[in-house]
Design a protein around this ligand. Structure first.
Ligand SMILES: *[C@@H]1O[C@H](CO)[C@@H](O)[C@H](O)[C@H]1NC(C)=O
Ligand SMILES: *[C@@H]1O[C@H](CO)[C@@H](O)[C@H](O)[C@H]1NC(C)=O
Ligand SMILES: *[C@@H]1O[C@H](CO)[C@@H](O)[C@H](O)[C@H]1NC(C)=O
Ligand SMILES: *[C@@H]1O[C@H](CO)[C@@H](O)[C@H](O)[C@H]1NC(C)=O
Ligand SMILES: *[C@@H]1O[C@H](CO)[C@@H](O)[C@H](O)[C@H]1NC(C)=O
Ligand SMILES: *[C@@H]1O[C@H](CO)[C@@H](O)[C@H](O)[C@H]1NC(C)=O
Ligand SMILES: *[C@@H]1O[C@H](CO)[C@@H](O)[C@H](O)[C@H]1NC(C)=O
Ligand SMILES: *[C@@H]1O[C@H](CO)[C@@H](O)[C@H](O)[C@H]1NC(C)=O
Ligand SMILES: *[C@@H]1O[C@H](CO)[C@@H](O)[C@H](O)[C@H]1NC(C)=O
Ligand SMILES: *[C@@H]1O[C@H](CO)[C@@H](O)[C@H](O)[C@H]1NC(C)=O
Ligand SMILES: *[C@@H]1O[C@H](CO)[C@@H](O)[C@H](O)[C@H]1NC(C)=O
Ligand SMILES: *[C@@H]1O[C@H](CO)[C@@H](O)[C@H](O)[C@H]1NC(C)=O
Length: 644
């Protein structure tokens, strides 16, 4: 009896437990279906992830898979802030599982969360636009991620070999971080990869041939790095639709294998080192909408097939060695901008270029057309600055202006992008005209500017893009000069003419007023550009913030300039380097705050004339008034202006 009892008792307890356990399981499953429950392990993993990221606003009293405000925040318009967790609740085990984490634009200061590996159903991790540091954790090697987007952070070090273990990856974006070293060959194991974005890091070394095996790639972006050696071979990337290789360090020429990329609709290659090459074979890329081959050392003529790439919207062939006449591209009716700047085109400027009634910008500056004089009645948005040898040889054939000089100047001061400003005894002239994609401003007698290019990938293009305004808090005597600045997406020239020949000091005033100095992704921008003075490269890969030691800090770069033909020219050029996505997509390119030019040991003939010069500088006469060297005319001009 006793024995029976002792035998049946554990059995009873066991049955009882079994019933309770079954009931609990049923109730949990029901709850999961109604309340979309996560397994405990995933909830705990989220807690660890929050800690590792430095994310403090998830409310763990709530169910992450419910649409609570802390777990899924409605998209704010015009904001870079994204915040949502998505779950898959239609799984066989009856639980919900975390499928994606979008935690973007939140300036989180932590690290890439190792505990991500505990979310075994996770497919998407999007941590763009935070302030995360550190490296890619080894734990991630065991995930089944399809999308890894960790752009615009402070991540550093080498890309680990174990990234090749995440063979499920379809999109990998590492843009605008501090990753360095050579790319691991193991990236070649990511056979499902369709998108690879390595823009604006510090990758070095040669391109691993193993990556040529990524045959599903549709999008490849590797701009602004320091690779060495030849451009990759394009042979097995037949699915590529978008290629961006600007300022990446690679040597030309563009390989013939590029001809197989018949699905391309966007090709942007710039700033190749290495020898000269022919125009690449792009004949069969009839879907091409955006073509940039800038500073690629391409010589010869523009081939005829360009004229039948009928979907082209943007064509940038600037700063090559293209020669001959320009092919007739009139049939490219979808064009929105065309830059043929900085080549060696000759012959007459074709009539189809000057007479079109379309509005789009055409930039022909810096060429060698045989034109004797400016074409008459040419269209708006056509920039002919230094595009032909002026017949009457004003300014030594540079065709800066058709006007002869009324007098010689000994100084020039410009407040770039801003209004007239007086600092001490020096008046900085206003420079407020709107710039543009192909714009030549030359109404002043003694100086002007030429602006080429538009900002790629901006959502919202406006003429204000070419100026930076006073978000800045610069202190000190010259501060008003730094409140505004000119920006350029490609090339910006200031020229001075009518100068007395001799030696001058040229001062370029800079201050980084776009990036901020805070613990935010907005402080992570890197602006890098080149400066040419009198056609010579004087500042290469110039970075205002790093030279000045911070943002909002005035920086003056001084140069000795010898003037021999009465002219001085300063040109700012974007050479594909630096970030392009901070603070927002399409932010990059040269910035200049002010320009000063002062003669050294060179004095105007008489003080009287100086005061006259001053008066005229202040008058801001438009070219509608013919100015002679008679001071009365200048006064007359002032009066005319008042009357308006
Ligand atoms: C979301 O969580 C917050 C904080 O606990 C709470 O105040 C709010 O009522 C919840 N909203 C929804 C829709 O459940
Ligand atoms: C989460 O954010 C992503 C990216 O913005 C978006 O595509 C998705 O629709 C969002 N999901 C929810 C549930 O809001
Ligand atoms: C949810 O998970 C199940 C099982 O893993 C899968 O079949 C289904 O496609 C998933 N649903 C979504 C929307 O991804
Ligand atoms: C990556 O995969 C290899 C081979 O499958 C394995 O030996 C290695 O441990 C993995 N690396 C990591 C960091 O998990
Ligand atoms: C990469 O950067 C780290 C600092 O983040 C540095 O210690 C390391 O030497 C760099 N490696 C290379 C190859 O430049
Ligand atoms: C590239 O793929 C081919 C098969 O498609 C394979 O034979 C070859 O070994 C791979 N090359 C590299 C470098 O991984
Ligand atoms: C373009 O396609 C045609 C027909 O498919 C082919 O014969 C030709 O070689 C291709 N041209 C180039 C430059 O690849
Ligand atoms: C400005 O000009 C005045 C009068 O000509 C002169 O007294 C003064 O020293 C000058 N100041 C500077 C900073 O050059
Ligand atoms: C575009 O920019 C203008 C000013 O530059 C601004 O007023 C407008 O709100 C912007 N539109 C969008 C959709 O961002
Ligand atoms: C720019 O400066 C002007 C005049 O100094 C001031 O009125 C304006 O508020 C400033 N704008 C910003 C954005 O700081
Ligand atoms: C200008 O400077 C050059 C050297 O930079 C010097 O050789 C020349 O004599 C100077 N000319 C004058 C007029 O001072
Ligand atoms: C300009 O030339 C002067 C002497 O003529 C010299 O002292 C000075 O260092 C030079 N400045 C620059 C920026 O080269």
């Amino acid at each position: 009896m006793l024995e029976k009892m002792s035998l049946s008792s554990p059995f009873c307890i066991f049955s009882f437990l079994l019933i309770i356990f079954t009931l609990a399981l049923i109730s949990e499953t029901i709850q999961a279906q109604n309340g979309r429950l996560l397994p405990k392990e995933e909830k705990n993993a989220l807690k660890e992830i929050a800690k590792q990221l430095g994310k403090k606003d998830w409310n763990f009293d709530m169910n992450p898979c419910d649409d609570n405000t802390t777990w899924t925040t409605p998209k704010r318009s015009n904001s870079q802030y994204y915040n949502n967790v998505t779950c898959n609740c239609s799984t066989p085990d009856g639980f919900c599982h975390v499928e994606s984490l979008f935690i973007r634009g939140q300036d989180l200061e932590g690290v890439l969360p190792a505990s991500l590996a505990k979310l075994t159903y996770l497919k998407t991790i999007d941590l763009n636009r935070n302030y995360l540091s550190g490296t890619i954790p080894p734990e991630w090697a065991s995930t089944n991620l399809e999308i890894m987007a960790i752009s615009n952070n402070r991540l550093s070090g080498a890309v680990p070999e174990y990234i090749g273990n995440i063979t499920s990856l379809v999109k990998l974006s590492l843009e605008a971080n501090l990753f360095n070293g050579s790319l691991p060959a193991e990236i070649g194991k990511l056979v499902n990869l369709q998108m690879l974005n390595l823009i604006a890091n510090d990758f070095t070394g040669v391109w691993p041939v193993e990556l040529n095996n990524l045959s599903k790639l549709t999008e490849l972006r590797v701009s602004s790095n320091n690779f060495v050696g030849k451009l990759p071979n394009f042979e097995s990337w037949k699915n590529l639709q978008m290629v961006e290789i600007q300022g990446s360090g690679f040597e030309g020429p563009i390989p013939q294998s590029i001809s197989v990329l018949t699905s391309l609709n966007e090709l942007r290659i710039s700033d190749l080192t290495g020898g000269a090459s022919e125009f690449p074979p792009l004949r069969n890329m009839t879907g091409m909408t955006k073509l940039v081959l800038r500073s690629c050392n391409i010589h010869g003529k523009i081939p005829g097939f360009v004229a039948v790439l009928s979907k082209l919207r943007f064509l940038d062939l600037s700063f090559n060695k293209l020669e001959g006449g320009i092919a007739n591209l009139r049939k490219l009716t979808k064009l929105e901008a065309m830059y043929l700047t900085g080549n060696a085109f000759v012959g007459a400027i074709p009539v189809w270029l000057t007479s079109q009634d379309t509005e789009y910008g055409i930039d022909l500056s810096y060429n060698k057309f045989d034109q004797r004089s400016e074409p008459s009645n040419y269209r708006e948005n056509l920039n002919l600055f230094r595009s032909f040898k002026g017949g009457n040889s004003v300014d030594n054939g540079k065709c800066l202006s058709a006007e002869p000089c009324s007098e010689e100047k000994y100084s020039l001061h410009i407040n770039c992008g801003g209004e007239r400003v007086v600092i001490g005894n020096t008046s900085y002239e206003a420079d407020e005209e709107s710039a543009g994609a192909a714009k030549f401003v030359s109404w002043r007698e003694n100086w002007g500017s030429s602006s080429t290019g538009h900002f790629w990938d901006r959502n919202n293009i406006s003429l204000n893009d070419y100026k930076a305004d006073n978000l800045s808090a610069i202190k000190g005597d010259g501060s008003p000069l730094y409140m505004t600045a000119r920006l350029s997406p490609l090339s910006l020239t200031y020229f001075a003419r009518c100068l007395a020949n001799g030696n001058y000091t040229l001062t370029l005033h800079f201050a980084e007023i776009v990036y901020r100095d805070n613990r935010s992704f907005q402080s992570l921008g890197r602006r890098v550009f080149d400066v040419y003075i009198q056609d010579r490269l004087k500042l290469k890969d110039f970075d205002i913030e790093s030279v000045a030691g911070g943002v909002d800090k005035a920086l003056k770069e001084k140069f000795n300039v010898t003037v021999q033909d009465k002219t001085v020219e300063v040109r700012f050029q974007y050479a594909g380097k630096g970030t392009t996505s901070i603070p927002s997509r399409g932010s990059y390119g040269p910035l200049v705050s002010a320009i000063s030019l002062e003669a050294i040991n060179l004095k105007p003939p008489s003080a009287l004339e100086t005061s006259f010069n001053q008066k005229k500088e202040d008058s801001n006469c438009s070219s509608d008034f013919v100015i002679s060297s008679h001071s009365d005319d200048s006064l007359c001009c002032l009066e005319e202006k008042k009357k308006q």
